[in-house]
Design a binder for this molecule. Structure first.
Ligand code: SF4
Length: 348
């Protein structure tokens, strides 16, 4: 047996021997498979595991997820990052319920909000046995090295070639396992650096390895420019509570999440005026606690943390986008992980 069919069988045999035991692998429930695949986008398995358990125990099926207020879903998601995924998951759950059930094909999944080719292919193949590929970052790395693809997977041509190659490796009888095998291989054997080629079922025919240049693949596109930002934030405490504001629903980043009040960095003398202009009220800054650093997508944020007071105005009680919360309550809110860092810095 030669060619893709042979490699597909080798991959499956390896997967049967070496697969990790993960909770979403012991179920055929499309809801759980869909939730796991959504969480796994750009996020490592170990990090996803507690969030997955929490989400499926809080919302046990798609009906429960669809019925829940978005705020509750964001609160469970809080800390996992890339919050847009939680919003899409929730919106898609409502559409699934409205349509009367889960789509059974990749094309059907692609109609749902926030579902791209990877998630659609993964759920359609794993939960419904459709013979379609699913290419996450791990699979893309394996395939790029295996075929020594000169095109970056993030470009159009590279994506087309990867898809054709992945399709040729999907087993007729076990499409979901084929896809998972490729992703698993990338996660544990064909790692970004120092791939363990001697453990790999594709070793004999992998062009990247045969060239002695596996790590030169996947080819990269020039990286996106990182935007550096400096901010000044104020931790305002009163009666054991901290003051938070909620970001607008339409914000391009972290929409709807709660955060510490902040402004673009400026000298202390101007900060009170800038805070007043952004949030209303009269502000006093007491003490600079230091700086924290935080990355969100392509932004590198340096955040100077101050403690301070809101001496009048701002009408917090009437403002649904502002509130005083105890530390325990903050734990149950949908907050950016920057809030944790800032609170820790202000507590030191
Ligand atoms: S042989 Fe090495 S480089 Fe090629 S797919 Fe396997 S682990 Fe990756």
């Amino acid at each position: 047996m030669d060619g893709p069919r042979c490699e597909s069988q080798d991959l499956l045999a390896w997967f049967d021997r070496c697969r990790r035991d993960l909770p979403w692998r012991s179920t055929s429930d499309p809801y759980r498979i869909w939730v796991s695949e959504t969480m796994l986008q750009q996020t490592q398995v170990e990090r996803v595991l507690p969030y997955y358990e929490q989400l499926v125990s809080t919302f046990s099926d798609v009906d429960a997820l669809a019925r829940a207020p978005l705020e509750d879903v964001l609160a469970v998601w809080s800390g996992l990052g890339y919050y847009r995924r939680a919003r899409y998951l929730h919106a898609a759950a409502r559409q699934i319920v409205a349509r009367g059930g889960f789509p059974r094909t990749m094309a059907g999944w692609l109609e749902l909000p926030g579902v791209g080719p990877y998630t659609a292919g993964a759920v359609a193949s794993i939960a419904f046995g459709e013979r379609v590929p699913a290419i996450d970052g791990n699979a893309a790395r394996v395939l790029s090295r295996f075929a020594a693809l000169e095109d970056s997977p993030s470009g159009k041509t590279g994506r087309r070639r990867l898809t054709a190659l992945a399709e040729s490796l999907v087993d007729d009888d076990r499409p979901g396992d084929s896809n998972q095998a490729l992703m698993e291989l990338g996660a544990v054997v064909c790692r970004p650096s120092q791939p363990r080629c001697h453990e790999c079922p594709l070793e004999a025919s992998c062009k990247g390895r045969l060239q002695g240049a596996a790590e030169a693949y996947p080819r990269r596109k020039p990286s996106r420019q990182v935007i550096e930002e400096r901010r000044l934030g104020v931790v305002v405490r009163a009666g054991g509570r901290v003051l938070l504001f909620r970001r607008p629903e339409g914000a391009s980043l972290l929409a709807g999440l709660w955060e510490i009040p902040w402004i673009a960095w400026c000298a202390r003398d101007n900060a009170a005026r800038e805070l007043r202009s952004r949030y209303g009220g009269n502000w006093d800054l007491d003490r600079s606690c230091g700086w924290v650093r935080h990355s969100i997508t392509h932004r590198d944020i340096r955040f100077e943390v101050w403690t301070g007071r809101l001496t009048s105005g701002c009408h917090i009680a009437e403002n649904p986008e502002a509130g005083w919360y105890t530390e325990t309550e903050v734990g149950g809110l949908a907050v950016s992980s920057l809030v944790d860092k800032v609170m820790r810095c202000a507590a030191d």
